[in-house]
Design a protein around this ligand. Structure first.
Ligand SMILES: [Zn+2]
Length: 363
């Protein structure tokens, strides 16, 4: 097959390292597994249109994503799946999690997830946006996190920890954790010490998926709301809050990058209003943290593939690699915005248009 795409750039398919495919607008549907996998398939189709050929799902109820991964429909990205994230009772993200307490409970949960054939173990290390939880308070002790890491290692599974403050990151490092979701050192209003944590992060070869867009996406939404109703004082206060939080995250990620911490791109799609085609917004934010356009692209291709353990088959254009490719109109190493104009997505050697035809023939 020969294709002529003048002026286009061919790239490895993009990797979004942090999504929640079964969520829509931040809410989990409590309906049956069929509806969950329908929602996930719709969301992932949207990601594929935006040039995303691999996602890591960082928390979905039950075995919904495992089933979807294993029945991989043509036209959907490859999925790496954590299954339900481990969280304390009523803890952050419990709607897409499994509520677990204590070393024994955690070991048992990891055994179960390994048996269910997950690719990752995701642990909620502190509170978050879920009402009733506090982003500055850790949820598990270092001993409990170590139990997770050890049990997961025995099953050959990597562990990643949701951490929104320096103390939680530090506990994770004590426990042998080498991957963090968000991994933010600073929070407005927090006085937790972080200098030593930053040094340890850099020295340990840790990978952080900072999901800056998960915070920053509120800014354009609130600006729009204020434009429509300038006297909306709640929107004004929310915008100020979102700007302050975004600044803190950008400072944190910038410091991590400057210190040599490996960063991979993830959106947290499914959470609140984060969309499944928003990865380019995250890459633009990574640029604001000091990454060059090329480094930002690597955080969504090569560096991500290596960090996620699929670097021998994905994340590069090379002989022997899975044919996951995209073509964009223009040169993304000059301007990342051109990633919004994906002309072609090829997943497993099949272009999306072909997949659609194939799908029509099937049904
Ligand atoms: Zn998330």
């Amino acid at each position: 097959m020969v294709m002529d795409l003048p002026g286009a750039t061919l790239l490895p398919g993009l990797i979004d390292s942090h999504v929640h495919a079964t969520l829509r607008g931040g809410t989990s549907l409590s309906n049956g597994p069929q509806e969950l996998s329908d929602v996930a398939a719709g969301n992932l189709r949207c990601a594929a249109q935006a040039g995303i050929t691999t996602v890591r799902d960082c928390g979905s109820p039950g075995d919904s994503m495992i089933r979807l991964r294993d029945t991989a429909t043509t036209g959907l990205p490859h999925c790496l799946v954590a299954g339900p994230s481990l969280t304390p009772p009523r803890g952050h993200a419990h709607s897409v999690g499994r509520e677990v307490v204590g070393v024994r409970g955690l070991r048992e949960a990891v055994h179960d997830l390994a048996k269910a054939n997950v690719d990752w173990i995701k642990v909620i290390g502190c509170g978050g946006g879920t009402p009733g939880t506090d982003p500055l308070v850790s949820t598990y002790t270092a001993d409990e996190l170590r139990a997770v890491v050890e049990t997961a290692r025995a099953h050959g599974l990597p562990v990643t920890v949701h951490a929104l403050n320096a103390d939680t990151i530090s506990l994770g490092l004590d426990a042998g954790v080498r991957h963090f979701e968000h991994g933010w050192l600073y929070q407005p209003g927090s006085t937790l010490a972080h200098g030593a944590t930053l040094e340890r992060l850099a020295a340990t070869g840790v990978v952080i998926c900072p999901t800056i867009w998960a915070t920053a996406h509120r800014v354009p939404l609130l600006r729009r709301r204020l434009r429509d109703s300038p006297s909306d004082s709640q929107a004004r206060a929310d915008l100020d809050d979102a700007l302050r939080r975004t600044d803190a995250v950008i400072r944190s990620v910038g410091d991590c990058y400057a210190a040599g911490v490996r960063l991979i791109a993830g959106t947290d799609a499914g959470w609140r209003d984060v969309g499944f085609g928003d990865l380019v917004d995250e890459l633009l934010l990574l640029q604001r943290c000091g990454l060059s356009a090329v480094d930002a692209l690597a955080s969504a291709t090569q560096v991500a593939a290596d960090a996620l353990g699929v670097g021998a088959r994905r994340g590069r254009i090379a002989p022997g690699y899975t044919a996951d490719l995209i073509a964009v109109a223009g040169d993304p190493t000059v301007d990342l915005e051109v990633l919004r104009r994906v002309q072609l997505t090829i997943i497993r050697g099949r272009s999306l248009d072909q997949s659609r035809q194939h799908h029509r023939q099937d049904t």
